[in-house]
Ligand binder design. Structure first.
Ligand code: PRX
Length: 660
C-alpha cells in the first residue's frame, strides 16, 4: 500500500512553481470588471444567457437543480441535440465556412466546410445506425487525428449515443478495459496513424483488445496509412464501404439536457481509470461560452488551432464541441511537431494564418530548447491570442511564449481546468484581465473557486492550500460511470458539509493565492502525476510493473523534470535472487507500455532490495521523491527500515551517473 496523499505543506516547501515576484505589476488587476460582477451577482442568469446562444428544441424549465447534490442537473427539462448547434445551424448562414483545415503528417491536406462536415457526420450516423447503434448505446473510438475522428464523435451524438474516445497512444489492454467498463457496442478505429514518420498500428492493437471485449459487435475501420490489417468477417468493416454511399442527411435524435454525451476515462488515485460522465446541455454551454470568452473568438475572422489530441478532454472541448458550436474555423494536425523538421508548428501557423493558438507548456519548453530559429523562420504575425493548458507553466516559458511566439503583444491565456470540469475554470479574459507570467489568474465569470486549508476553511490571500470549486457549473462532470460512491468520495467528501447544504468540489491540485487574489497552481496533491500534460496514476504504473513476473514490489513517483514537468521514476524490488540489469530495465519499460501505453513508461528504474516503509507497512513515496529530486531527505523517523533509504539514494546516484 502506498503512503497517503502528499501534504500541501510539503508542496510549498518545494516551492515548485511559485514565480519570482519581480516580473509583473500588481495594479489594475481586472480592468473591466463588469462581466465578472454580473456573473458573480447572478451566476445562473449568466449561464442561462450563455445557454441561449445554443439551439434548443425545447427550452428548460429550470436553470439548475442542485437538490440532489453533488449530482447536478442543468437546464432541467431542456431538449436538444448538440449536433444541431455544432453543424445544422451553420448551414443557413455560412455552409461554406471552413470547419477544419486538416493536415496529415506526410503533408496531405483536406478542407472540410461546415456543409462537408455535416454531410460526413450524417453519412456516418446512418452507417452506425445500420450497425445497430441506438440512443443510449456507447461507441468506442480509437483513432489518430483524422477528420473522421470528430465526425465519429458527432455521429454518435447525432444518434443520441455516447462516445468513449480512447487516446491512440494507449495500449490494447487499456482500450479493452475502457470498452468493457463502458460496455461499448461498436468500435471505430483506423488501420494506423502517422506519428513522427512511423505508422502506429491502431487496428492491430485494437485486435488484441477485441479478443477480450464481448460487448463489441462491429468494428468500423478508416483506411489511413494503408498498412496490412486483419479484418474479421462479419465483425470488421471498412469505413469507406459502409459510409461513403450513405445518404448525406440524418435527422438528429432529440435528447434531454442531462442525457449522456460522452465518457472519457482519466487516471485517479487508484489503478483503475474512471469514466468521467459528461452530459449534453450544460457541457455544450460551458465549452462554447469559455471558448468564445477566453480566446476572444471572432468566428468569421479567426483561424484557431488547438494542438492537443482529440483523445484528451482538451480535444473534446476545444477542438470539437466548443469551436464547432461557435462556428469557428480550426486547424487539425495529425502528427508530431518535429516532423519533418522542428518548425512544423510554425510552418502550419504561417500557412493557415493561425490567429489563436492553444498548446501545452511541455510543448513550449520543447520549442524553447530547440531554439528561436525555428519560429524565427516563419511569419507568425497573424497570431493575436495564445493559450496554454495541462500543467503549470513556469514564468520563463510564459515569457518566451509571449515574446518569441506572440511577438510580445499577444495576451497569453493560461487556462486551468480538468477532464472533470469539462471546460476552463481559471483563465484570464484577453484585453480584460491583467496577466502575470505563470498564473492562471482568476476564476472565469460564473465560476467560484477558493483555496482552503485541511479543515476546509478559506485561506486568506497570500496563503496556499487546496484548490476547490464552491458552486456547481454547467459543464461539471455528472459522475463516474457506474460508480456513484467513488464520485462522492473522490471529489466531494473531503471539504463538503452536506449537513449545512455546503458542497465543495476538491480538484486534487494545490494552489497559492497572491495578495491580488491571483491563483498560482502548485501541482497535484494526490498520487496523480502530470507527465507532458498527461495525467498518469502512480498506482497504475506500479500495478503494471508488479504484473511482470520478475517484480516483487514497485513504488512510483513523479519527479520534477525541466522538459516534461514531471518524469516517472520507479523503484523496484525483484523476486527471489533475480538481479536487475539494463536488459530488465528495458523489459520493464516495455511491459508498462504494453499494459498502459508508451506515455506511462518510467524514465528511470532503480532496483533495490527493499522499499522504504512505515512500521504499518506503507511505502513512503515522499522519501523516494526526495531521492529522485536529489533533495535533502525528509523525516525518516517513522521508517521501519531507515538504513534502506541511504542505499536507495546511492543506487539512484549511481544510475544517474551511468545515464549521464
Ligand atoms: O493538475 C492540473 C493540471 O492537469 C490536471 C487535469 O488533467 P486532465 O484532466 O488530464 O486535463 C488536462 C487538460 C484540461 C489538473 O488537475 N492542469 C491543467 N491545466 C493546468 C494544470 N495545472 C496548472 N496550470 C494549468 N493551466
Amino acid at each position: 500500500m502506498a503512503e497517503q496523499p502528499h501534504t500541501i505543506e510539503a508542496l510549498f516547501e518545494e516551492n515548485r512553481t511559485f514565480p519570482p515576484s519581480a516580473d509583473f505589476t500588481s495594479s489594475a488587476i481586472v480592468s473591466s470588471p463588469t462581466v465578472y460582477d454580473e456573473a458573480g451577482a447572478d451566476p445562473e442568469g449568466f449561464w442561462e444567457r450563455q445557454a441561449e446562444r445554443l439551439v434548443w428544441r425545447r427550452r428548460w424549465d429550470q436553470v439548475l437543480d442542485w437538490s440532489g447534490a453533488p449530482f447536478a442537473k442543468w437546464f432541467v427539462g431542456g431538449r436538444l441535440n448538440v449536433t444541431e448547434s455544432c453543424l445544422d445551424r451553420h448551414l443557413g448562414d455560412h455552409p461554406d465556412r471552413v470547419a477544419y483545415y486538416w493536415e496529415g503528417e506526410p503533408g496531405d491536406h483536406r478542407v472540410l466546410t461546415y456543409a462537408d462536415l455535416h454531410a460526413e457526420v450524417c453519412r456516418l450516423a446512418n452507417a452506425l445506425a445500420e450497425l445497430g447503434v441506438e440512443k443510449g448505446d456507447r461507441v468506442a473510438i480509437y483513432m489518430g487525428m483524422v477528420p473522421e475522428l470528430p465526425a465519429a464523435m458527432l455521429a454518435c451524438a447525432r444518434l443520441g449515443a455516447a462516445h468513449s474516445v480512447v487516446f491512440g497512444g494507449f495500449s490494447a489492454e487499456s482500450l479493452a478495459d475502457r470498452i468493457n467498463d463502458a460496455q461499448a457496442k461498436v468500435l471505430v478505429t483506423c488501420d494506423g496513424s502517422w506519428r513522427a514518420g512511423s505508422v502506429v498500428p491502431l487496428k492491430a492493437m485494437a485486435d488484441d483488445a477485441l479478443a477480450h471485449t464481448p460487448s463489441i459487435t462491429s468494428v468500423l475501420v478508416v483506411r489511413r496509412t494503408g498498412n496490412d490489417v486483419t479484418m474479421v468477417d462479419g465483425r470488421d468493416h471498412w469505413y469507406h464501404d459502409r459510409v461513403d454511399h450513405q445518404h448525406a442527411d440524418r435527422p438528429a435524435v432529440e435528447c434531454d439536457s442531462e442525457d449522456l454525451l460522452y465518457l472519457l476515462y482519466t487516471s485517479g488515485t487508484t489503478a483503475k481509470p474512471k469514466g468521467i460522465v459528461h452530459t449534453t446541455g450544460g457541457y455544450l454551454t460551458g465549452v462554447s461560452a469559455t471558448h468564445r470568452m477566453v480566446f476572444d473568438l471572432h468566428e468569421d475572422q479567426d483561424v484557431y488551432w488547438c494542438t492537443a489530441d482529440v483523445g484528451w478532454v482538451t480535444g473534446h472541448s476545444y477542438i470539437v464541441y466548443g469551436p464547432l458550436a461557435n462556428g469557428a474555423t480550426s486547424v487539425l494536425y495529425e502528427g508530431a511537431p518535429q516532423f519533418p523538421e522542428k518548425d512544423r508548428f510554425w510552418d502550419i501557423c504561417e500557412r493557415y494564418g493561425v490567429t489563436i493558438l492553444y498548446t501545452a507548456p511541455t510543448t513550449i519548453r520543447t520549442f524553447m530548447k530547440w531554439g528561436d530559429q525555428f519560429p524565427g523562420a516563419h511569419d507568425l504575425s497573424a497570431l493575436r491570442v495564445i493559450g496554454t493548458v495541462g500543467e503549470p507553466i513556469n514564468p520563463e516559458a510564459w515569457m518566451w511564449y509571449r515574446d518569441v511566439i506572440g511577438g510580445g503583444d499577444c495576451p497569453v491565456v493560461d487556462t486551468w481546468w480538468q477532464t472533470e470540469t469539462g471546460s476552463q475554470m481559471l483563465a484570464p479574459l484577453p484585453g480584460v484581465t491583467t496577466t502575470k507570467p505563470g498564473s492562471a489568474t482568476v476564476p472565469l465569470p460564473g465560476i467560484f473557486a477558493d483555496v482552503v486549508d485541511e479543515n476546509g476553511g478559506s485561506v486568506p490571500l497570500g496563503g496556499g492550500g487546496y484548490l476547490v470549486l464552491t458552486r456547481p457549473w454547467p459543464s461539471m462532470l455528472r459522475g463516474i460511470y457506474g460508480d456513484d460512491q467513488r464520485f462522492i468520495d473522490t471529489y466531494w467528501r473531503r471539504f463538503s458539509k452536506p449537513e449545512e447544504g455546503r458542497w465543495v468540489y476538491f480538484a486534487g491540485d494545490g494552489a497559492k493565492r497572491d495578495a491580488d487574489g491571483y491563483y498560482w497552481l502548485l501541482g497535484r496533491v494526490d498520487d496523480v502525476m502530470n507527465v507532458s500534460g498527461h495525467r498518469i496514476s502512480t498506482l497504475e504504473v506500479e500495478s503494471a510493473l508488479v504484473d511482470n513476473t520478475a517484480v516483487a514490489e514497485a513504488a512510483v513517483v513523479g519527479r520534477l523534470d525541466a522538459q516534461t514537468g514531471q518524469a516517472i521514476a520507479a523503484f523496484v524490488t525483484l523476486k527471489g535472487d533475480r538481479q536487475g540489469d539494463d536488459a530488465l530495465i528495458h523489459e520493464l519499460r516495455e511491459h508498462v507500455a504494453l499494459k498502459i501505453g508508451k506515455i506511462a513508461r518510467p524514465a528511470s528504474i532503480v532496483f533495490t532490495d527493499e522499499l522504504p516503509k512505515t512500521r504499518s507497512g506503507k511505502i513512503m513515496r515522499r522519501l523516494l521523491q526526495d531521492i529522485s529530486e536529489q533533495r535533502q531527505l525528509g523525516d525518516v523517523t517513522t521508517l521501519a527500515n531507515a538504513a534502506v533509504v541511504e542505499e536507495i539514494a546511492e543506487r539512484a546516484r549511481a544510475a544517474r551517473v551511468k545515464a549521464d
